[in-house]
Design a protein around this ligand. Structure first.
Ligand code: NAD
Length: 339
């Protein structure tokens, strides 16, 4: 356990179990240097306790980096609730988790993540105020899309010399909560949209409402375009795909786009600009963090617009230091977190 904490530089780990509800949960606080640790709660089955521990530690570290780059007064944390094959009362389980969060006195603030919903957050909220993304909080996805849009403009400026998206060919993979809202903004900005989704209904909607051109799922990533925006699943940028890309920049919402860290260098070697995923997709985190701190929508929108400037800063360092933007983003985060 301590080797995992040391490897990820975790500040503290908190465990709870409650036989009455079946709760088995881990909260990892990676850093509270910038403020209380904020991060989602996963509710998933794990092969064993070690797998759950590794997942929560790695994710908590990622949240610290993301919050630091987003300029938030917020640290990084994450929680996992180990999912049993059967649970008698899901509401009671999440209420027990709410009591666990409250026992930490605000050191950790939770949010929706894989396997959890706003309704689960409502159950948690019955026992603690250190919770975001409840049903009354609103969907963060449109804010994530707004940030990705700002990031695409910054990427166009850095690689193509102008942030005007009029006439640019932009390929969006995945038209879900974030991807569709992004496609709407890109269409409004005059971009030529190429889209794909496993759900043909969503593609049809984009064709009819946004004038998008449908592309087969397996062809979208390697279709010729100016900017590729992966907004579906993570891990899409494998070495094999990077070798076949025909775009000037990759700038999209999906988490963990790089199949492995070396892919950042392979993109660099091919002259393809890469917007580090946790920088460009931080709009949702900015929304839940600032909303939790009581900020109003204009303040949140102004903060979201800064995502473009932050990416511009990352790109400038990357060019000057001959490093990949992904590496530069990590270095900036580490400087903010560790001085
Ligand atoms: P979503 O589930 O609403 O949408 C994902 C869409 O991608 C779905 O329509 C799905 O059919 C499609 N898709 C999946 N695999 C595909 C493939 N191989 N080819 C084409 N389409 C495919 O998810 P979302 O909330 O829009 O999030 C999208 C991505 O952005 C995820 O990686 C998520 O982790 C990341 N992200 C989301 C937010 C947010 O606020 N929702 C914030 C940060 C990061």
């Amino acid at each position: 356990m301590f080797d995992i904490m040391e490897a990820t530089r975790l500040e503290s780990l908190h465990l709870a179990q409650d036989p009455a509800t079946g709760l088995k949960a881990i909260i990892a606080i990676h850093s509270s240097r910038l403020g209380p640790a904020l991060g989602g709660c996963r509710y998933l089955p794990y092969a064993d306790d070690d797998a759950a521990l590794r997942d929560v530690a790695r994710l908590a570290q990622g949240m610290s980096y993301k919050a630091a780059l987003a300029g938030l007064r917020q640290g990084g944390g994450k929680a996992v609730i180990v999912r049993a094959p059967h649970v008698d009362n899901r509401g009671a389980l999440f209420e027990a988790f709410g009591r666990f969060i409250d026992s930490l006195g605000g050191a950790y603030v939770t949010a929706v993540d894989s396997g959890t919903s706003s309704t689960d957050m409502d159950c948690i909220a019955q026992h603690t105020r250190h919770v975001t993304s409840t049903t009354s909080g609103g969907d963060p996805s449109p804010h994530t899309a707004m940030g990705v849009f700002a990031g695409i403009r910054a990427s166009a400026q850095a690689r193509l010399g102008s942030d005007d998206l009029e006439g640019l060919r932009i390929a969006v993979q995945g038209l879900g909560h974030v991807g569709y809202a992004l496609a709407e903004q890109l269409a409004a900005a005059g971009a030529e949209l190429l889209v794909s989704d496993l759900d043909t209904g969503k593609v049809q909607l984009a064709v009819e409402q946004l004038g998008a051109q449908p592309i087969a799922n397996e062809a979208l990533l390697t279709t010729p375009c100016d900017i590729l925006a992966p907004c579906g699943l993570g891990g899409v940028l494998t070495s094999q795909i990077v070798a076949q890309l025909r775009c000037a920049a990759v700038a999209g919402a999906a988490n963990n786009q790089l199949a492995h860290p070396d892919v950042a260098d392979e993109l660099e070697a091919r002259g393809i600009l890469y917007a580090p995923d946790y920088v460009i997709n931080s709009g949702g985190l900015i929304f839940v963090s600032l909303q939790h701190q009581g900020e109003d929508l204009p303040a949140i929108t102004a903060h979201l617009a800064q995502i473009g400037n932050r990416l511009t800063e990352v790109y400038a360092h990357a060019q000057a230091e001959h490093r990949s933007p992904a590496r530069v983003a990590d270095l900036i985060a580490e400087r903010i977190l560790y001085g």
